[in-house]
Design a protein around this ligand. Structure first.
Ligand SMILES: CC(C)(COP(=O)(O)OP(=O)(O)OC[C@H]1O[C@@H](n2cnc3c(N)ncnc32)[C@H](O)[C@@H]1O)[C@@H](O)C(=O)NCCC(=O)NCCS
Ligand SMILES: Nc1ncnc2c1ncn2[C@@H]1O[C@H](COP(=O)(O)OP(=O)(O)OP(=O)(O)O)[C@@H](O)[C@H]1O
Length: 200
């Protein structure tokens, strides 16, 4: 069984995924896969360099993520172009990771992705769990974690589904506006539910 785990920027997806892992779940993270497909030598990195030039490439040949972030969250057309190059490759690589994880015998696998619904990756999963927090908390936790400006987080939020749109597509919801103990209690309940579903 594959469970999609999604939520907007800074909602706590990675934190929640780690909590599921302590209970025995396996996981693959779309943000990590998005990094793999732009490593030096990958065709996606070459396409990005051809479009945006050396301003988005570090001296050592790796992607300058901050520079690309500045460009794509200012201009929806550039973001759509980047997604048209990266999303098919991310999907392909996710499928490979999921197939490998399936062999390893975990009871269920989490596909952790900020853009589960936006990118159509939800067609790869059996259920979707949304990590939900009010927008103000997304903003403060992201700023505290990454040291980025409020306007940059707002620009990223604007490129993602709204809280309501995401919740409307959820099978399960984790309210991550409380502390870690409250989050863990919800994860334990859902883990039991997923194991029960496997036995049904
Ligand atoms: C623009 C890039 C280089 C910025 O890299 P950076 O290291 O600063 O951020 P990182 O990749 O860790 O993403 C942080 C968060 O930004 C948000 N985000 C990233 N890409 C997008 C996007 N295309 N649309 C909306 N939100 C996005 C997500 O909430 C994500 O968790 C990078 O995000 C990227 O390559 N994005 C395009 C690929 C993509 O859509 N990735 C999302 C997973 S499918
Ligand atoms: N319940 C919680 N209480 C307090 N802080 C939390 C809680 N959950 C997560 N955080 C913190 O909020 C920040 C964002 O969490 P996390 O990195 O897990 O989010 P994310 O959804 O994976 O983010 P992104 O989409 O940007 O990769 C982190 O600094 C994390 O430690």
């Amino acid at each position: 069984m594959i469970i999609g785990l999604t939520g907007g920027i800074g909602s706590g997806k990675s934190t929640v995924a780690r909590a599921f892992e302590t209970l025995g779940a396996a996981s693959v993270d779309a943000d990590d896969v998005a990094r793999e497909i732009v490593l030096p030598g990958e065709p996606a990195l070459l396409a990005i360099k051809n479009r945006f030039g050396d301003q988005v490439i570090h001296q050592n040949g790796t992607l300058n993520r901050a520079a690309l972030r500045d460009i794509i969250f200012k201009d929806p057309e550039q973001r759509q172009w980047l997604e048209s190059v990266t999303h098919p490759k991310i999907r392909e690589r996710l499928l490979q990771h999921l197939a490998q994880l399936k062999m390893q015998g975990a009871p269920y696998v989490l596909l952790v992705s900020p853009l589960l619904f936006e990118s159509g990756q939800n067609t790869l999963v059996n259920r979707a769990v949304v990590v939900d927090v009010p927008q103000a908390l997304q903003l403060s936790r992201t700023q505290q974690r990454d040291g980025v400006s409020e306007s940059q987080v707002h620009a990223i939020l604007a490129a993602q589904l709204s809280r309501e749109q995401r919740l409307a597509q959820a099978d399960d919801v984790i309210d991550n506006s409380g502390d870690h103990v409250s989050m863990m209690e919800q994860v334990v309940r859902l883990d039991q539910r997923y194991r029960q579903l496997l036995n049904d």
